[in-house]
Ligand binder design. Structure first.
Ligand code: FE
Ligand code: FE
Length: 338
């Protein structure tokens, strides 16, 4: 365990003096008390005024990360069956390469949101989200080193493992986002694309990943847990920004609904199901070879991971995604998009 930098007894309870950083960690960003990504994204309501730079500085480095810059404690390691060549290694390295590339593209796109933000709160919030996504890219990429990829070949390995996914999924999504952000300089449209069409769609896959890797690779699961805690903030603050915009500018609703429809139509054309199914089949081969290691571990209450099928896991993540989309869109006042 990395010792906490600030002993709990020194946490201030009163409002800090101006210019000092409060050490109190908000419970939704605290490693030990934060809800799961799906629960938090559904139930919490956070605003850019709350989640400003001061909030991030007090919440994330010591609360979410507990000083673990690589996203997990140095003593937490993948099991040998994951770090050695085999289907589990293939499934996880492909997933990490894809995720790190996706996070890197998100980081770059969020630079536009930071530039276009209409006020200080949202500018500071997107500056923190930019750092979060850059960190996610770093830790997903960095975990490949723990799985046997030589450091000198890291960049090339990511490019090779994720080449098809990048061309078929990530590049079309990036083009869509850049049209809105870079070409049209549309801040709210960009928040909507990021919150609903990118993060809202991908969040359930991240939750599935944390749950399914927990035993085989607790380091990967911890990396996902930390990214998931950040994601609660991204999803909830993003939807609050859209909701408040629509309350102030109700005439903009038809335009935003059209943007969502366009985004859903794009997703329908992307081969995401095939990509996810390919990795889930590799994971399934790993379960079949190493079920003994999983014991009675339950992927969700009442269901042993060892008894699940690839299809069942994918369908469950799909159902989570549909539920999350409905809840978030209703919160924004865009329920007609479903
Ligand atoms: Fe991320
Ligand atoms: Fe995010």
């Amino acid at each position: 365990m990395t010792p906490p930098t600030t002993p709990p007894s020194t946490k201030p309870t009163a409002k800090p003096a101006p210019g000092t950083v409060p050490a109190a960690i908000p419970s939704e960003a605290d490693w030990d008390t934060a809800p799961s990504l799906l629960d938090g994204a559904e139930r919490l309501e956070l605003t850019p005024a709350v989640c400003d730079l001061r909030y991030w500085l007090s919440a994330v480095p010591h609360g979410t990360l507990r000083g673990n810059v690589s996203g997990h404690d140095a003593n937490v390691r993948p099991l040998a069956v994951v770090s050695a060549a085999g289907p589990l290694n293939s499934a996880l390295t492909q997933e990490l390469a894809y995720r790190s590339l996706a996070e890197e593209k998100a980081t770059r796109a969020i630079g536009y949101l930071t530039a276009l933000a209409p006020d200080t709160d949202s500018m500071e919030f997107y500056a923190t989200q930019l750092l979060d996504e850059a960190r996610h890219a770093m830790v997903f990429r960095g975990h490949l080193l723990d799985l046997g990829v030589p450091r000198a070949q890291l960049r090339a390995t990511v490019a090779r493992l994720a080449a098809a996914d990048e061309e078929q999924i990530l590049a079309p999504l990036e083009d869509f986002g850049l049209r809105v952000l870079r070409d049209e300089r549309d801040f709210i449209g960009g928040v909507l694309v990021l919150t609903v069409l990118v993060e809202g769609v991908l969040a359930p896959a991240a939750e599935l990943s944390e749950r399914k890797w927990r035993i085989f690779d607790p380091a990967a699961a911890d990396i996902e847990r930390g990214a998931g805690i950040d994601e609660i903030r991204h999803l909830t603050v993003g939807s609050t920004i859209v909701r408040d915009h629509l309350r102030a500018h109700p005439h903009d609703k038809a335009r935003l609904l059209e943007l969502i429809r366009e985004g859903y139509a794009l997703w329908d054309k992307l081969p995401t199901t095939e990509v996810l199914a390919r990795r889930e089949e590799l994971f399934q081969q790993g379960i079949e070879r190493h079920a003994d290691l999983l014991g009675d571990y339950e992927i969700w209450p009442g269901r042993r991971l060892a008894d699940t099928t690839a299809r069942e896991r994918l369908e469950t993540a799909h159902a989570w995604a549909a539920h999350l989309q409905r809840t978030r869109l209703a919160h924004m006042g865009l329920q007609e998009a479903i």
